[in-house]
Write a protein that binds this ligand. Structure first.
Ligand code: PLP
Length: 398
């Protein structure tokens, strides 16, 4: 008998986690797979962070912490916000949790009533709609437009807002499109958001450190300080410091929201790992050179993968300004016949073909709310990228 709740039946497993799990399964069965699904840095966590956490364990800091995080960590986060984003926050306006997802789901849990709407622009990170659904809210999707460079227009936001809207989510550098907004664009978005004083604004800045060429990351909270009392910034020691497994995310926002989220965390998780918190203090407040070094490596990989894949006929993409993904348009591949006689009907079929016939794992655009596309991650070493691109070219030529 299946006794699961309506709530759990409203959502699906994370498609990107599932894609990565399938890669591990195929590898365990002996297949040689190039993993372009991976949404995390392939670097090791910088040594000084590991050493700080280890030292902390030896000195006995292995107990519960306050539910919003240790004072040292929240102080380190306020230092980081000042240094990197020019933002002034107090430690009462910071809450820590087990990764970005945990912070987003805590924010939703603390604010959403049944029937509230959450505005999400496609292509979007896979978890936003499901986390809204889990909290009985309705995801309202603004369809993305490749001709606008996958950027949301302020007017589209205005048209999507209703009297049920609780949140508008902005994620940049964007997963999966690589979009980054400049100050002028952010000012226009802020002008629209000013007209809706009861709407909360979620800024997912998880990829802030990875921006390329002339792009810079600017927080909407810096451009529009008057909106600060309804902005929640989502970030963490995840992608930027190659610490995805440490599960340390944080949220920064108005005190009423942070204390509601803290109450929820006190009942659902107690607190995040004390050891991870100790490592994150050093990540945020310590030496920032490793972040810059990693970004420079991504820049090289980005160039390599763009150079290779722009030669491939029948696919196209906009070179990403940030994060570490290409969102590739595969519409010209649809209705074509593969060398073994299958017709490619949609982006799922393209993903399946690349994986089964060439051992190249990607994620279908369907998961990000915009088809027909595939997402290719370049968070892999140059030799892996090269090999993946060779297979890609060979398969699509066939
Ligand atoms: N937000 C975005 C846009 C992401 O891509 C991710 C991870 O892939 C997260 C948040 C944080 O997720 P997690 O809690 O799984 O580390």
């Amino acid at each position: 008998k299946n006794l699961t709740s309506d709530r759990i039946n409203r959502i699906k497993p994370s498609p990107s986690v599932a894609a990565n799990a399938l890669v591990n399964e195929l590898r365990a069965a002996g297949h040689d797979i190039i993993n372009f699904t991976i949404g995390e840095p392939d670097f090791d966590t910088p040594t000084h962070i590991i050493e700080a956490a280890t030292q902390d364990m030896h000195s006995g800091d292995t107990h519960y912490t306050p539910s919003n995080g240790t004072r040292a960590l929240r102080e380190a986060i306020t230092i980081k916000l000042k240094r990197d984003n020019g933002l002034d926050y107090s430690i009462q306006e910071v809450v820590c949790g087990n990764g970005g997802k945990h912070i987003i789901s805590s924010a939703f849990g603390a604010t959403l009533n049944a029937g509230n709407e959450v505005i999400i622009h496609a292509p979007y990170w896979v978890s936003y709609p499901d986390l809204a659904l889990l909290n009985e809210a309705v995801p309202v999707i603004i369809a993305g437009k490749e001709e606008l460079g996958f950027k949301v227009s302020p007017e589209e936001i205005r048209q999507a807002v209703t009297n049920r809207t609780k949140w508008v989510i902005l994620n940049y550098p964007n997963n999966p499109s690589g979009v980054v907004y400049n100050a002028a664009e952010l000012n226009e978005i802020a002008a629209v958001l000013r007209d809706f004083p009861d709407v909360l604004i979620m800024l997912d800045e998880i990829y802030e450190h990875f921006v390329y060429e002339k792009s810079v990351h600017i927080s909407l909270a810096e451009v529009a300080p008057d909106l600060k009392d309804r902005i929640l910034i989502i970030n963490g020691a995840l992608k930027g410091y190659a610490m995805t497994g440490w599960r340390l995310g944080y949220g920064v926002g108005p005190e009423w929201l942070i204390s509601a989220m803290t109450k929820l965390i006190s009942q659902t998780a107690t607190c995040s790992s004390s050891v991870s918190q100790a490592g994150a203090v050093v990540a945020f407040a310590g030496d920032q050179r490793p972040v810059k070094e990693m970004c420079a490596v991504y820049e090289t990989r980005r160039r390599a993968i763009c150079d290779h894949l722009c030669e491939v006929e029948d696919i196209s993409f906009i070179p990403p300004s940030g994060a570490f993904y290409l969102y590739i348009n595969v519409s010209k591949l649809l209705n074509k016949k593969t060398h073994n006689g299958h017709i490619l009907h949609n982006d799922d079929d393209v993903v399946e073909y690349l994986l089964r016939e060439g051992g190249v794992a990607t994620v279908s655009g369907k998961a990000y709310g915009m088809s027909p596309y595939i997402r290719v991650s370049f968070a892999s070493s140059l030799p892996v990228i090269e090999e993946g691109c060779i297979r890609f070219k060979t398969l699509l030529a066939a």
